[in-house]
Each structure stands twice: as structure tokens, then as C-alpha cells.
Design a protein around this ligand. Structure first.
Ligand code: ZN
Length: 269
């Protein structure tokens, strides 16, 4: 039986994983193979970038699919995102069982990542955060919209995962595979989903684009709150779905420029 440390606010200490959590006793799964040190450095940089950009604080995490094994993913051990280095990266199956833990604790909410990778072959990176400006949109009936071109990916619509609909009263955390499956189902084919009274997930085909989406989801949420106040109940001229589709194509290329800048800021360039 392994012990896992929760990475979320609202609970603390060690958690005993059960077989239903995907962390039960049994043979250690095989690794998908060695990963270039440069790739691990990029993933560690992504974690520190998200902290630097104010998307995560002591909590939250980012993962990427194993570059050579689509049924494995990589994610840091359970530590604050700003402190992650390449040596902290662990490997998991899509059921979120560690391939080798070396005595390290895993994030309780790693099931978010495993089940999104399982449901979405097009996704190669996942960010989970509790970024503050986004949370009100998961608490109210106000839909999140794309306030400007950098947030164009939001114009596809932003679903809200309400964990209570399927699981009743919970600790709000996606702490097993069943909850991960339910979240991935609500996300569907979208780039972002909100999690009621908790946070959000942003996904992408590449690590820089998933980080870009997480950052600009937070920025757009701030802008929407400001626009709502200014509009005083009037129209908000957000991007429509067609504008979103066109503008997001530009973002896919432009995210590389942001990635270089953000890496510089965290000493990873
Ligand atoms: Zn969380």
C-alpha cells in the first residue's frame, strides 16, 4: 500500500491509496522508456512558469504525455509548482499508478491528468489550477467567454464540472479515476473546463499551448469581470465562435513567443 500526499488546499497530510484510487498493491507498471533530460527540464519550467504567471500558487500542477509512450504521462512529485526541477518528475500510467516512485509522494489529483490523457488522444499536456479570477465563473450561471484574441480558445464554450452532480457531497477533489473520468467527460473536446468551487483545467496538443491557455484563461476571466462591471448589464462584445476559431489559429503559432519569454523569466531559457 502506498501513501500519497495531497497537493490541494483544504486538506493536508498523507493519504492511503486504495486499489480504486489506482495506487493499490500490485506489480509496478513498466516505464514507457527513458525521457530526454531536456524534455523533463521543459516540464519543470512549465510548472515554474505557471507559478510566475500567477496561475498556480502552492497548489496546482501540470503534466505532459510521455513523448514515446502514449499510455504514460509525466508529472512532478507533490511539491509547490515554483520549486519543481527535472529531478522531481515522475512517470504514471493513465490510471495514475506511478511506474517508479523512489519514495516520492504523488499529487492526489493526478487522476485529472491520467483520465484526460486517456479520453483525449489529441491532448499532450494538461494544467490544473485554482487560479482565482476563474473560480467565480464556476460558481455562477455566468458563462465564461473569450474577451480578447489571446483567449480565443474560450469562444468554443467553457463547460463546468460540478462534482456533486455525480458524487454528492465530497471534499471537492478529483481523487480517484472515477472522478477523473467524469471530469474528462464534461471537458469533452474543449480546451478548458471549470470545476465548481475548485478551479479549472486547460489542455493542449503541446506543453507551451496548454500553459498559454491556462495563463490566458485567468487573464480573460479578469477582463470579463471588469467588462461586466463596465457594461452595467449591457452588451459585452466578446469573440464569437467563428472569430475564436480564426484567432486561435494565430495563437497556436504565437504561443511560442510567450513560451520563450516565460522561460527566460524562470531561468529556464
Ligand atoms: Zn485542485
Amino acid at each position: 500500500m502506498r501513501l500519497f500526499q495531497c497537493g490541494c488546499r483544504g486538506c493536508s497530510g498523507m493519504f492511503m491509496a486504495t486499489p480504486a484510487d489506482g495506487g493499490g498493491s500490485g506489480p509496478t507498471p513498466a516505464s514507457g522508456g527513458p525521457v530526454d533530460r531536456a524534455v523533463l527540464e521543459e516540464l519543470a519550467a512549465a510548472s515554474r512558469i505557471l507559478a510566475d504567471q500567477g496561475v498556480v500558487d502552492a497548489f496546482g500542477h501540470v503534466s505532459m504525455r510521455h513523448p514515446n509512450a502514449p499510455d504514460r504521462f509525466l508529472m512532478a512529485k507533490a511539491i509547490a509548482p515554483a520549486l519543481v526541477t527535472a529531478d522531481d518528475i515522475m512517470e504514471f500510467t493513465l490510471d495514475s499508478v506511478p511506474c517508479e516512485d523512489k519514495g516520492r509522494s504523488a499529487f492526489l489529483e493526478r487522476f485529472i491528468h491520467g483520465q484526460i490523457f486517456s479520453a483525449r488522444p489529441d491532448v499532450n499536456a494538461v494544467v490544473h489550477s485554482h487560479s482565482q479570477s476563474v473560480i467565480p465563473f464556476g460558481l455562477t450561471d455566468v458563462p465564461m467567454r473569450a474577451m480578447f484574441h489571446n483567449a480565443a480558445f474560450l469562444a468554443q464554450g467553457v463547460p463546468v464540472f460540478d462534482i456533486s452532480e455525480k458524487f454528492g457531497a465530497t471534499d471537492m477533489l478529483v481523487g480517484n479515476n472515477e472522478k477523473g473520468v467524469a471530469l474528462a467527460k464534461i471537458l469533452g473536446d474543449r480546451p478548458v473546463a471549470l470545476m465548481r468551487a475548485h478551479g479549472s483545467v486547460a489542455v493542449g496538443p503541446t506543453l507551451p499551448l496548454a500553459v498559454f491557455r491556462a495563463v490566458y484563461t485567468e487573464v480573460s476571466a479578469k477582463l470579463q469581470t471588469t467588462a461586466t462591471l463596465l457594461s452595467n448589464g449591457g452588451r459585452i462584445a466578446a469573440l464569437d465562435p467563428k472569430e475564436g476559431e480564426l484567432a486561435d489559429k494565430v495563437n497556436e503559432g504565437a504561443s511560442g513567443r510567450a513560451w520563450q519569454l516565460w522561460k527566460e523569466r524562470v531561468g529556464a531559457a
